[in-house]
Ligand binder design. Sequence first.
Ligand SMILES: Cc1cc2nc3c(=O)[nH]c(=O)nc-3n(C[C@H](O)[C@H](O)[C@H](O)COP(=O)(O)OP(=O)(O)OC[C@H]3O[C@@H](n4cnc5c(N)ncnc54)[C@H](O)[C@@H]3O)c2cc1C
Ligand code: FES
Length: 264
Amino acid sequence: MLVHEPVGERYRRLVLASGTITSTAQAGQFLMITVPPHAGDRILLPRPMAIHRRRPATGATPGTIELIYGVVGRGTRALAAVPVGARLQVTGPLGRGFDYPVGTRSALLIGRGVGICGVMGAAEDAAALGIRATMVLSGQRPDQVLGRADCAELGVRTIEVTDDDGSSDLATLAAMLRAEFDGAAPERTAPDVIMVCGAGVLARLAAELGAHWGVPVQASLEAHMACGLGYCHGCAAPVRTDPSIEGPLVCADGPVFDANIPVV
Ligand SMILES: Cc1cc2nc3c(=O)[nH]c(=O)nc-3n(C[C@H](O)[C@H](O)[C@H](O)COP(=O)(O)OP(=O)(O)OC[C@H]3O[C@@H](n4cnc5c(N)ncnc54)[C@H](O)[C@@H]3O)c2cc1C
Ligand code: FES
């Protein structure tokens, strides 16, 4: 572990050296992190975390991956106590990630809270592929909005919305995005694809916008996970499917799904 530091009051940033994961992870994939015991508390199950950034090796500097997490319970509390220099056992990269359809020229990316980390890899890919990306960064308060510096570094245009000023309200955001992309100038025409991570309601908003513009939508969904590998079947996707067959698993069939599957 190379860096482990607070990000604002709510989150922590973790940088790990791992050339293999850096060079093989796709945007939107995740890791299962085994958290070492802390203060006599043994955390049995690994915890899923999105790969926020992949930085390839340069010269003598090793390839790194970056995660950002919120401390919400036992596992993340114990993770927060792991010191810089310690070795962490991680499994991954796992799951199905975001994938730009052939010919994509522009993309709308939408993230909320730590969900911004789930979609940041798509911003990295957009920068590498020359795709014009706009990213909605949503959070409760301005000081809790993640990803500003990353988007600036990647040259991705941002639209910030918060609960504080009401701009993250779904109807307000939908109207803002329609006004933004229903224009005539090339940078204001509809995006070729929408990618979203952060909350089920945002996936539904993205699906509505995708239907309005007639473009594909990819949504990263969350579920509690025990194995992350498709074994335990504990992470059924929150989607409506034929009740006579087992529905998709978030860890193995997702976390990124085509949003033609209705989110419940
Ligand atoms: C694919 C994937 C990627 C993720 N990426 C990130 C990330 O980049 N950053 C980050 O901070 N978190 C991320 N999460 C959520 C993270 O895994 C949980 O916050 C973490 O496992 C909580 O562990 P804990 O032991 O601290 O909390 P617990 O004690 O297990 O739970 C504390 C509280 O958090 C809720 N919770 C726990 N896990 C989840 C979950 N998966 N979804 C919704 N609520 C949950 C519980 O219901 C409870 O209310 C991701 C989850 C998934 C499935
Ligand atoms: S977490 Fe075990 S099957 Fe998905």
